[in-house]
Design a protein around this ligand. Structure first.
Ligand SMILES: [Zn+2]
Length: 408
């Protein structure tokens, strides 16, 4: 019995290892698969033909060869399964259906109230998935799973949103709620983790193993990759936005004071713009925004349009971010730092200065090994990482229950 379990397990591991190699390489020959996995040519051949029978792998033409027989290349069949990705934002939900290469097949945005309740999210997810699947004429068994990205402290192992200040959620078992309603395997993760995973999959970050991701917007998010893996533990990792950058500073949504998120939020930036503004028009606009609780982003945009350069207003913002970058460099010595988020729109007003502050003040010469970059994927990245998580976990990760059988 034990022997049979081990044999089954080995087969499963080999199947998944080969599948991952094909996926990560895009196109690869059987010979290269044997070489890079250390498996025998016969084993590779046998497993690949099983994968082809299952429809997940196909042959896609041949490699350029320097003579002799040209080897046939293998590739994942991207339309073998589809993945449903969901990102809950503040006042909207972004929904996508992609193939196994992360190619968008359908997408949509649903406007919601800012603090949407979990039950409404579940209904919205179920309804949208149903509609999108019907419009693509896709049978239910084509769905590999659902990946959900949400802000706050998210335990990806338990599938529970422990605490989301933005949504005002506490201990919401969102994975279970969706799985019960929709009947599809669901993965839940922090939205900045999803953002970073997408960058490691499809962005320039793929060339690095140690990277830090910082998103600047209404709030400040962070995610950390160590040796090629997302550092996620049981949630709450990489919350760069809640490091203290000002003693007794502005009150933060988390209850503390002087957090990066509080000091470099759009709210703080808008406040500085108002303080340093030279025109009555901008001051009136600020009062109007406060009174109607409307978007700070809109105000910042409009103020910049009216007054042009606002060096004084952005000085504090660029210094605070410079300090945060310096701290990140000193703690992680990453090879790569990527800045994303809505505040990139104003990057010409602060980013160069922030990086300069980091470079001048960081420890030793660590910073010389850091590449600073900005996001080029935009909104899609926030949901694409959750899609990747579904693909990776369902297709390439050996399930622990199976390993358990052998260890018993
Ligand atoms: Zn905080």
């Amino acid at each position: 019995m034990k022997k049979k379990a081990s044999k089954e397990l080995m087969k499963d591991i080999n199947f998944r290892v080969i599948l991952r190699k094909i996926f990560e390489n895009g196109e690869i020959s059987r010979a290269s698969l044997a070489k890079t996995t250390g498996l025998s040519a016969a084993t590779v051949s046998k497993i690949v033909s099983e994968q082809m029978d299952a429809g997940i792998v196909s042959e896609v033409g041949s490699e350029i060869s320097t003579g002799g027989r040209k080897p046939i290349l293998l590739s994942i069949n991207p339309s073998f399964k589809i993945v449903f990705g969901v990102k809950i934002g503040l006042g909207y939900i972004n929904l996508v259906i992609t193939d196994l290469n992360g190619k968008l097949l359908l997408s949509g945005i649903e406007q919601t109230e800012p603090q949407i309740r979990p039950e409404k999210v579940v209904e919205l997810v179920a309804g949208s998935l149903d509609r999108m699947r019907r419009s693509l004429a896709m049978p239910a068994d084509r769905l590999l799973g659902i990946g959900l990205a949400v802000s706050g402290v998210v335990d990806p192992v338990a599938g529970i949103v422990r605490n989301s200040f933005l949504l005002e959620w506490e201990d919401v078992p969102i994975r279970q709620l969706i799985e019960q309603r929709v009947g599809a395997k669901t993965y839940v993760m922090n939205d900045v983790d999803s953002f970073s995973l997408a960058q490691m999959w499809k962005g320039k970050a793929r060339n690095y193993r140690n990277a830090v991701f910082i998103t600047l917007g209404s709030g400040v998010g962070g995610a950390i990759f160590l040796e090629g893996n997302l550092y996620s533990s049981r949630g709450g990792t990489g919350e760069i936005g809640h490091m203290t950058v000002v003693k007794d500073g502005r009150k933060c949504t988390c209850g503390s004071r002087g957090c990066l998120e509080a000091e470099a939020s759009f709210e703080a930036l808008a406040n500085d713009i108002w303080k340093f503004s030279k025109t009555r028009e901008v001051q009136r606009l600020y009062e109007e925004m406060k009174r109607t609780e409307s978007s700070e982003l809109e105000f910042i945009r409009e103020a910049l349009r009216i007054e042009g350069s606002m060096d004084e207003a952005f000085r504090n913002y660029s210094e605070i971010i410079g300090i945060a970058l310096k701290n990140v460099v000193n703690i992680f010595a990453p090879e790569y730092i990527l800045i994303g988020g809505e505040a990139l729109e104003f990057k010409d007003h602060y980013l160069k200065e922030s990086i300069e502050i980091c470079k001048v003040n960081s420890f030793g010469r660590i910073v010389q090994g850091v590449t600073f970059d900005i996001d080029e994927m935009g909104e899609l990245a926030w949901v694409l990482g959750a899609v990747y998580r579904v693909i990776e976990d369902t297709l390439f990760t050996v399930s622990t229950s199976l390993t358990g059988e052998v260890l018993e």
